[in-house]
Design a protein around this ligand. Structure first.
Ligand SMILES: Cc1cc2nc3c(=O)[nH]c(=O)nc-3n(C[C@H](O)[C@H](O)[C@H](O)COP(=O)(O)OP(=O)(O)OC[C@H]3O[C@@H](n4cnc5c(N)ncnc54)[C@H](O)[C@@H]3O)c2cc1C
Ligand code: SF4
Length: 367
């Protein structure tokens, strides 16, 4: 997403909030300051957004209000990350609580990022090894990097489907003085911290204070952009806004188009190593997260260790995230088991046997 768009979104929300604040007869604390706001084209765009919002507000036209707040955006403040529904609720009831306008930012972020933001704010980690898009993002080239601040974490959110070896950012993190690191990475990367500890590479292993694994069935070669997305669908990489995999490759374009590409067509671009991968569900992580499931806006989250449990309990207790039981979407859990089992069958014949054995699902606890 371009910086201008970020700026427009931040300022649009600031405008929204000022309006909401004035309705509630609460003084607007400050406006969001951002470089480039004097640019006449930005000013004009902002005026148009503010005007549209005012009209929608007067009509209490929730569809438009909601649209101006942007469909994929959540609320990030000093007290955590809230859903868009929550943000809308806050705005429509004009209860700005303890927030100042400076605290509001409208950015794309979600479960993984909420966990990292919380761990950073609660001084559980100093930095996180994550993935960014190179340059202004228009090349869609994912690269490893270090997130040290709230802004860094928000900038690294979202999924890219080419490979980014986030562990490679370890040296940069240590050189910057960080000691307690979170690693975010696909299943293969989330095996790194436990393996380091097992193999007694203890110093590096101990620095991995938090291990967040992404459910993963494959990554693609960079060639997918030109040879499939552009050649067959006319989707230029520089014009892609967001990508996701949910049974098919979903692509949102900056011009508003939404395109679905069957995964069958993407198979030819799967990286060779991924065809042998034995771990779909990031089973070595403290917390594994995935996009499968019936609910578009929810991240399937599996807590696997005490560290993960403590952290998730804190996030829930302090109101940073909303949760719903896995039972709400049994199909997602079943699919995760199915895909994990399928991957585990790839465990090589020449290696020790134990990891090939897939544990039976746990029996329900006796009441
Ligand atoms: C390559 C890839 C394949 C995936 N395949 C599946 C799948 O088959 N099934 C499924 O259910 N879920 C899959 N996921 C996970 C899913 O897309 C989401 O990443 C996950 O649900 C977390 O979402 P979120 O909104 O909580 O994360 P966010 O808050 O958006 O955070 C995502 C984190 O992942 C990091 N990241 C993004 N792209 C990469 C990358 N290419 N390499 C390393 N780190 C990256 C970001 O830096 C960020 O820290 C895959 C993710 C990736 C990156
Ligand atoms: S499929 Fe396996 S090897 Fe390939 S990126 Fe995902 S976790 Fe790593």
């Amino acid at each position: 997403m371009s910086k201008t768009l970020h700026l427009l979104q931040s300022l649009a929300l600031a405008t929204t909030l000022q309006f909401a604040a004035s309705r509630a007869q609460q003084p607007a604390a400050t406006t969001v300051g951002a470089t480039g706001a004097n640019d006449p084209s930005v000013q004009n765009a902002l005026a148009a957004i503010a005007n549209d919002f005012m009209v929608a507000w007067q009509k209490q036209d929730m569809a438009t209000i909601s649209n101006i707040l942007a469909p994929d955006f959540l609320f990030v403040g000093p007290h955590g990350v809230k859903t868009r529904t929550y943000t809308l609720n806050v705005l429509t009831h004009c209860t700005l609580g303890n927030f100042t306008l400076q605290d509001f930012q409208m950015r794309q972020t979600s479960a993984d990022s909420a966990i990292l933001l919380y761990a950073l704010e609660r001084d559980i980690i100093d930095a996180a090894l994550v993935s960014y898009l190179e340059g202004d993002g228009s090349t869609w080239k994912a690269k490893p990097g270090v997130a040290r601040t709230k802004e860094d974490i928000i900038a690294s959110a979202g999924s890219r489907y080419t490979y980014s070896a986030n562990t490679m950012a370890y040296d940069e993190a240590i050189e910057s003085g960080a000691e307690r690191l979170a690693l975010v990475g696909m299943s293969c990367q989330s095996s790194v911290p436990p393996v380091m500890n097992q193999r007694r590479a203890g110093k590096a292993g101990r620095r991995m204070a938090l291990n967040i694994g992404l459910l993963c069935s494959k990554t693609f070669d960079d060639a997918i952009f030109e040879e499939l997305l552009e050649a067959k669908y006319g989707l230029k990489r520089a014009e892609i806004k967001k990508m996701n995999i949910k049974g098919r490759l979903q692509i949102w374009m900056h011009d508003g188009r939404y395109v679905e590409v069957p995964l069958k067509e993407c198979h030819a671009f799967t990286r060779e190593g991924c065809k042998m991968c034995p771990d779909f569900a990031a089973e070595h992580a403290d917390i594994s997260t995935g996009g499968i499931g019936a609910f578009n806006d929810w991240t399937l989250t599996i807590v696997r260790t005490d560290i993960g449990r403590e952290l998730m309990d804190g996030l829930i207790r302090d109101g940073w995230i909303e949760t719903r039981p896995g039972d709400d979407d049994p199909g997602a859990i079943a699919l995760m088991h199915k895909l994990s089992t399928r991957s585990r069958k790839r465990w090589p014949e020449f290696a020790i046997d134990a990891p090939r054995v897939v544990p039976a699902p746990a029996a329900p606890a006796a009441s």
